[in-house]
Design a protein around this ligand. Structure first.
Ligand code: PA5
Length: 448
């Protein structure tokens, strides 16, 4: 059983035959990805990544994760953007919602850092780690990203001070480029265990490399099942699968059709708070891949039913430039029945004996009908269970659909030239060596 996609409540907002009309463009995009003739073709390493992962490679990652698990109460995963969100998305989707409060731990606590420059955040993290046996996974493809490098320097010093340099070496791992960057230089000099991020896999497509797999294995999840899910989706979304049966092709076609009809914002919706960071990962994947050349659907996200009490009003009655894509989990992992109450003061006895999820599902259906009635196209991805296997399917589905969709849109989905602008200004303002001319120019501009 695979994840499924229901486009009926979205395609009905388009002219008859509009989705089918995308078939040639979608097919051409798939061919271009396969043949490596699309823009950004030096970053296609993710395309057949799942099927290229060997058991020996997974065993190497697992062995490293086991060393960290045996020697650390806390593992800090330092990384940002594509070197952060995939791991967090999977770990939070699969983990206990109260993981950090649970004392009797089989698994180390996983913390995320290197994804901001908040002084309070970093101070509070170093305080928290003071009496903990902690390890670090330093993830950076370039090896020079400021947020991550700054955080790693703090963590390395603290880890060495608390555990000694020799012990620290055992619990600091680098995931970075094979040759380039400060993270590589440091790992080689210090003798850290390291993993390579392949040159041809961009950050936001790298969750199925050690960037995601190592932290996910550290957290105690089954990376083999995750990869199997991705492998099965690689087959299900292959270029020879007919357009009408190919989930990724359909999703790419519908969202491009909606975009052309004026729906400029796609809202990723979940009804399970554990999926919050999955939406963050998806937002990066689509935002950074498609938002360029003055084009691109703006990817937004909400957690329902929570945000029905905040953003629900806007979605129901605001500007009609939005559509929704709902990730619906068919069967929750846990079972909780709503109790009966003799006094029934809250008037909720009509729910007695029902599973909480039944209420959630009716909220989902009721919202879908209301939003469609309100003029919001709605796609629905049905996921049988929230486990490693289906998260693996979802990851590959969204990656391949993104590659297709970006090509149909007519952009290079694999670059991100726009993210350099803030870095250039920040380095100039901080007087980074090599930025002398930019420093002078920016200071003159600010003085005006
Ligand atoms: O998708 C991307 O390429 C980016 O989000 C990067 O992953 C992010 O900027 C972090 O880069 P790096 O891994 O080089 O530190």
């Amino acid at each position: 059983k695979n994840i499924t996609l229901d486009i009926t409540k979205a395609s009905c907002f388009l002219a008859e035959g509009a989705v089918a009309a995308f078939e040639p463009k979608v097919k051409a995009a798939q061919e271009a990805l396969e043949n490596g003739t699309c823009p950004g073709n030096d970053f296609l390493g993710w395309l057949h990544l799942p099927s290229s992962i060997t058991p020996a490679f997974l065993a190497e990652i697992q062995a490293c994760a086991d060393t960290l698990r045996q020697n650390c109460e806390v593992v800090v995963v330092a990384g940002i953007g594509g070197s952060y969100l995939g791991a967090r998305a999977v770990i939070e989707a699969l983990g206990n919602s109260f993981a950090w409060l649970i004392q009797d731990k089989k698994n180390p606590t996983i913390l995320f850092a290197g994804n901001n420059i908040g002084e309070d955040y970093l101070f509070e993290m170093t305080e928290y780690l003071k009496d903990k046996k902690f390890g670090v996974i330093n993830i950076s493809k370039s090896g020079t990203t400021t947020e991550t490098a700054l955080t790693f320097r703090l963590l390395k010093k603290q880890c060495e001070a608390q555990r000694g340099k020799d012990e620290a070496k055992k619990v600091i791992v680098a995931v970075t480029d094979a040759k380039r960057g400060a993270a590589r230089t440091c790992a080689d000099k210090e003798g850290y265990k390291s993993f390579i991020i392949p040159d041809n896999v961009g950050g936001r497509f790298s969750v199925l490399t050690p960037v995601g797999l190592l932290p996910i294995a550290c957290a105690g999840f089954d990376i083999k099942a995750l990869v199997e899910g991705a492998q099965d989706m690689e087959k299900a979304c292959g270029k020879d699968v007919p357009f009408s049966e190919n989930l990724a092709a359909q999703y790419a076609a519908v969202r491009n059709g909606l975009y052309q009809s004026g729906k400029k914002i796609e809202i990723m919706v979940n009804y399970q708070p554990k999926l919050h960071f999955f939406s963050e990962w998806w937002k990066q994947l689509y935002g950074e891949s498609e938002g360029k050349d003055g084009k691109g659907i703006f990817p937004a996200s909400v957690d329902f039913t929570t945000d029905l009490h905040s953003m629900g009003q806007w979605i129901q009655e605001g500007e009609r430039t939005i559509f929704e894509t709902v990730i619906s989990i068919e069967e929750p992992e846990k079972k909780l029945l709503f109790p009966s109450d003799e006094e029934n003061l809250d008037g909720l006895n009509f729910l007695a004996g029902k599973r909480v999820d039944e209420v959630n599902k009716m909220a989902e259906l009721g919202t879908r009908l209301a939003h469609v009635d309100g003029g919001v196209p709605n796609m629905r991805i049905n996921v049988p269970k929230l486990n490693e296997y289906y998260i693996g399917q979802l990851i590959y589905f969204f990656e391949i659909a993104c590659g297709i969709s970006g090509n149909v849109l007519g952009v290079n989905p694999f670059n991100q030239p726009g993210v350099e602008a803030y870095k250039k200004n920040m380095f100039a303002l901080l007087d980074k060596p090599g930025y002398e001319a930019e420093s002078k120019a920016i200071k003159e501009r600010l003085a005006k």
